[in-house]
Each structure stands twice: as C-alpha cells, then as structure tokens.
Design a protein around this ligand. Structure first.
Ligand SMILES: [Zn+2]
Length: 187
C-alpha cells in the first residue's frame, strides 16, 4: 500500500509534488533552476531600477516615465491612465520624451511606497542634529554678525533643518557654514 505523503504545490510549475524535505519548494531540478534564474533576473531588475532612481536629482520637478516607475514602483499602465485622466500633469518634449510632474505623482504614491522612499531619503542629504554638530541661532548671529531674525529667514529660505532644545533653536554647523562661508567668500 502506498503511504499517504504530504504534498506541496510547486512554486514554479504549479504541479503537486512530494517534497524531499520540508523546505522543498519546487518539484524538480528543472523548476529549482528556473526559480534560481527568475530570482537572479528579479535582483538584476531591482538593481537597474535603483540605478535609474538614484540618478534622478531630488530637486528636478519633472521626471520621465521610466524614472517614475523606478522611483515610485508604479506600473506603466497606471501612470499612463493617470496622465490621460489629467491627474498627473505631463509635458511632452517630443517622441518618447514625456515628462511628468514629480510633485503630483508624489502626492499619490509616497504613502504606498513608504519603504522605498525612506530608503532613498538618507542618500539625498544627511544632517546631524546632535548638539555638538549644531550652532544655536544666537551663536550663528554672533559668529556671522547678523541679526537672529535674518538667521531665521535664511534658514527658512534654504530649508535648513532645525532642532529646538529648551528655549534654543539649533541648526547643523555644516549647513550654516556652507551657507555663510559661501556668501562671505564672494564679498
Ligand atoms: Zn515544478
């Protein structure tokens, strides 16, 4: 009598099979190899998408369709549908040169693409807001001979991050030095 053995469904061909070990996922060597090749291809694709996404400067307002797919993980058909519906503003710079508004697409897709977005942010700009890496606003005013309100307006204008500790507001030394030493050198 044949013993009743535990059956699994092959993750590649979908056929039922009797696994050799509890961790077996595929029915045959052929399906295992096919799974391996598939995994490699997916890794390669993911690397290509990451390379495309990384090459797009953060401040560029319009991006191409392949760039949007790489950055937001959105499908081509979804993108074209949203463009057709006018939900994502697009400009056509010529054949295969459609550019879409990053701001609008970001409104729709950042929430869904949180992990990817979170991964890309640190690569863009990393600030240390540790007290030893910061000046207080008062220190900046004194060091560069300007008023505190001017310091605040420069910080706002240049989107420099700040941190409040007690009564004092701090900004990263690196950004402040870049801002003012860059300015002073041109005087
Ligand atoms: Zn199989």
């Amino acid at each position: 009598m044949a013993t009743i053995r535990y059956q699994k469904t092959c993750a590649i061909c979908g056929q039922p099979f009797t696994p050799r070990t509890v961790t077996s996922l595929y029915c045959s060597d052929k399906c295992s190899q096919s799974a391996y090749r598939k995994k490699k291809a997916e890794q390669k694709k993911a690397e290509q998408l990451k390379a495309i996404a990384d090459a797009v400067p953060d401040e560029r307002p319009f991006i191409s369709i392949p760039e949007a797919i790489a950055i937001y993980g959105v499908s081509k058909s979804t993108l074209y549908r949203l463009i057709r519906l006018g939900q994502i503003p697009a400009i056509n710079l010529g054949t295969r040169l459609l550019r879409i508004s990053r701001e609008e697409i970001e409104k729709m897709f950042t929430a869904r693409q949180q992990p990817q977005a979170a991964k890309e942010k640190p690569a863009a700009k990393v600030y240390s807001l540790e007290p030893e890496d910061c000046y207080s606003i008062g220190e900046i005013a004194k060091k560069f001979g300007i008023s505190e309100s001017t310091v605040y307006s420069h910080i706002r204008k240049n989107s420099i991050p700040t941190r409040q500790i007690g009564r004092f507001v701090y900004a990263p030394k690196s950004e402040i030095n870049k801002l003012y030493t860059g300015k002073n050198s041109s005087l």
